[in-house]
Unconditional design. Structure first.
Ligand SMILES: C[S@@+](CC[C@H](N)C(=O)[O-])C[C@H]1O[C@@H](n2cnc3c(N)ncnc32)[C@H](O)[C@@H]1O
Length: 252
């Protein structure tokens, strides 16, 4: 049987859509120059080609949504050991990020595995099976378990986990839902535990790449997330950015 390979399952166009746009625009530019089309058309196609090339390089190498992610900060879970909860684990990208960076840790990968999963990763075989296969392919499945759970009503006792991670998941809920999920995270996290929260940020790169199409359940900006996290009982240890992403390192 062939070895399983990592397949996070985000749509191809997220990584390569701008490359396709570049190919079309650059071909148009070549025609415009060769066949001496109007100057304004040469300028428009030139600017468009440059935009598509820059955005493609940023998305492909700066975000790489279908590639294995690195922790945005080395300060998350510095003790290196303990039980971690991934909230909205999807096909495992954030879980694998943590399990690879913290080889002594174990992790519960939780997700609702409902319509939102299907919207992101498409229909087909069992979501849990897809997640399991990626954990296997990454060589971390012995340290991971999978739980079906709504992040607004986590089926865990108070103070169960040493750390929590959540990437691009809590921001799918509306404001009230996000606040509820943050309160649930605070409840199940042990006092002194870290919570690495990553959400989509409509920053310069997000606007340049996707314009008004980037909604991700309504991007709210870092001040909103920082305020909601404090209201839920967290203190903020660190905040920072990656392209199209804000992260907050929170402590219970
Ligand atoms: C964009 S994916 C992120 C997956 C993964 N964390 C990553 O970094 O690739 C968002 C995930 O949140 C999950 N989700 C949405 N609403 C949820 C809820 N109420 N409770 C638990 N998971 C939810 C979806 O099923 C989906 O798998």
């Amino acid at each position: 049987m062939p070895a399983p390979h990592l397949d996070f399952g985000y749509p191809w166009w997220l990584n390569y859509g701008h490359l396709a746009a570049f190919a079309v625009l650059a071909a148009g530019l070549l025609c415009a120059v060769l066949f001496r089309w109007a100057k304004w058309l040469v300028v428009v196609l030139g600017v468009g080609s440059a935009w598509a090339a820059v955005v493609f390089l940023m998305i492909r190498f700066g975000v790489d949504i279908n590639g294995v992610a690195s922790l945005p900060t080395p300060n998350f879970m510095q003790a290196g050991t303990g039980r971690v909860l991934d909230i909205g684990a999807g096909t495992g990208r954030s879980a694998i990020m943590v399990l690879r960076a913290r080889p002594q840790a174990t992790l519960v990968a939780s997700d609702l595995f409902g319509s939102s999963f299907e919207e992101h990763f498409g229909p087909g075989e069992s979501p849990q099976e897809r997640l399991r296969r990626n954990l296997d392919a990454a060589g971390v499945s012995k340290r991971a378990t999978i739980e079906t759970a709504d992040m607004r009503r986590l089926p865990f006792d108070d103070a169960t986990f040493d750390a929590i991670v959540s990437a691009y998941a809590v921001d799918h809920l509306n404001r009230e839902g996000s606040k509820t999920a943050l309160r649930e995270a605070a409840r199940v996290l042990k006092p002194g535990g870290d919570f690495l929260l990553m959400v989509v940020e409509n920053d310069f790169w997000g606007k340049l790449a996707f314009g008004p199409a980037l909604t991700h359940g309504g991007t709210r900006g870092r001040p909103w997330w920082a305020g909601a996290a404090k209201d839920a009982g967290f203190t903020i240890r660190e905040e920072g950015s990656l392209p199209v992403t804000t992260y907050l390192l929170l402590r219970r």
